[in-house]
Design a protein around this ligand. Structure first.
Ligand code: NDP
Ligand SMILES: O=C(O)C1=N[C@H](C(=O)O)C[C@H](O)C1
Length: 268
């Protein structure tokens, strides 16, 4: 299975190169970066062992989609929209982990999914996908006496907030409650905010250091609190999940999938 990595010089890009090289069922087909990147023309190497491959970083993403069975994409929204077009054009499987996409940008992934399998998820780890399930279940069982708050912390370089995972956790909680997240989400608090509105789902964002990703969903009633937490120790967990999704997708029909499909987790 030939797997290419767009944005191969990024934090996730490098972890993905390692995860593909570590997987016996996968062959690395290449990696791209954007024009002017300091990674351009350098050899692709394993991020942990340093093992050098004969491949070098290029800027030709379309060519990478043409020669690969699957391309994994953890870049930025504008690049992912462009990449989705190449996936559709060449019928290449597209595994997209980019967060911070607007609904309009997500339409590019939906369009590609009409032609080829696309797996799009805010979080590719097993643990967080289990957390989505547990959050939905807990929200279903607890009434609005329990105020739901979602706290996330990430490294200082992260550019979007709340994290894609925090938003998916909010969606899972809202689904459990039978409400629309957009009508109950409280993402920013500053100044005299007034009392908390019953039924709201609140978000809080922390940034600092090199934290790979931590998420807590708390259910807060008078005199008792339930907390569900996931802590990522290394972004390799997301990379291994993405490679698992890539291999899974090769047996699927065109369509838009998520990690619940890949991991065969219950969607209700
Ligand atoms: N779904 C999940 O499980 C996870 C999702 N993520 C998400 O993945 C994304 C990337 O995160 P991270 O690796 O930390 O970010 P980085 O900024 O380290 O990596 C992104 C890389 O993509 C490159 N890039 C940007 N545009 C293009 C382009 N047109 N062609 C090729 N490469 C391009 C960037 O280059 P340059 O530096 O020059 O801009 C950079 O090297 C974020 O949206 C993040 O939230 C992260 C972890 C897990
Ligand atoms: O930017 C990151 O690093 C991460 N982004 C994803 C998100 O926005 O949820 C997933 C993970 O938590 C790491």
């Amino acid at each position: 299975m030939k797997i290419g990595i767009v944005g191969c010089g990024g934090r996730m890009g490098q972890a993905l190169v390692g995860a593909v090289l570590d997987n016996d069922s996968a062959t690395l087909s290449g990696g791209t970066e954007r024009q002017g990147s300091p990674h351009m023309g350098k050899p692709l190497r394993h991020p942990v062992t340093g093992l050098e491959t004969p491949l070098t970083v290029t800027e030709d993403a379309e060519e990478l989609f043409r020669i690969s069975d699957v391309v994994i994409d953890f870049t930025c929204p504008t690049a992912t929209v462009l990449h989705a077009g190449y996936a559709a054009q060449h019928k290449t499987i597209h595994i997209a982990g980019t967060t911070g996409m607007t609904p309009d940008e997500e339409k590019a992934l939906q369009a590609a999914a009409a032609k080829t399998p696309v797996v799009y998820a805010s979080n590719f780890s097993l643990g967080v996908n289990l957390l989505f399930h547990l959050t939905r279940q807990a929200a279903r069982l607890l009434d609005e006496d329990f105020d739901i708050e979602i706290l996330e912390m990430h490294h200082r370089h992260k550019v979007d907030a709340p994290s894609g995972t925090a938003l998916s956790l909010g969606k899972a909680a809202a689904e459990g409650r039978g409400v629309d997240l957009e009508t109950v989400a409280d993402k920013v608090r500053d100044g005299i905010t007034g009392e908390r509105t019953r039924g709201d789902i609140g978000f809080a964002t922390l940034r600092g250091g090199n934290v790979a990703g931590e998420h807590t969903v708390s259910f807060n009633a008078y005199d008792e609190r339930i907390e569900l937490t996931h802590k990522a120790g290394d972004r390799a967990i997301f990379a291994r999940g993405a490679v698992k999704a890539a291999l899974w997708a090769t047996t699927q029909d065109p369509g838009l999938y998520d990690m619940f499909d890949v991991l065969d987790l219950p969607k209700d």
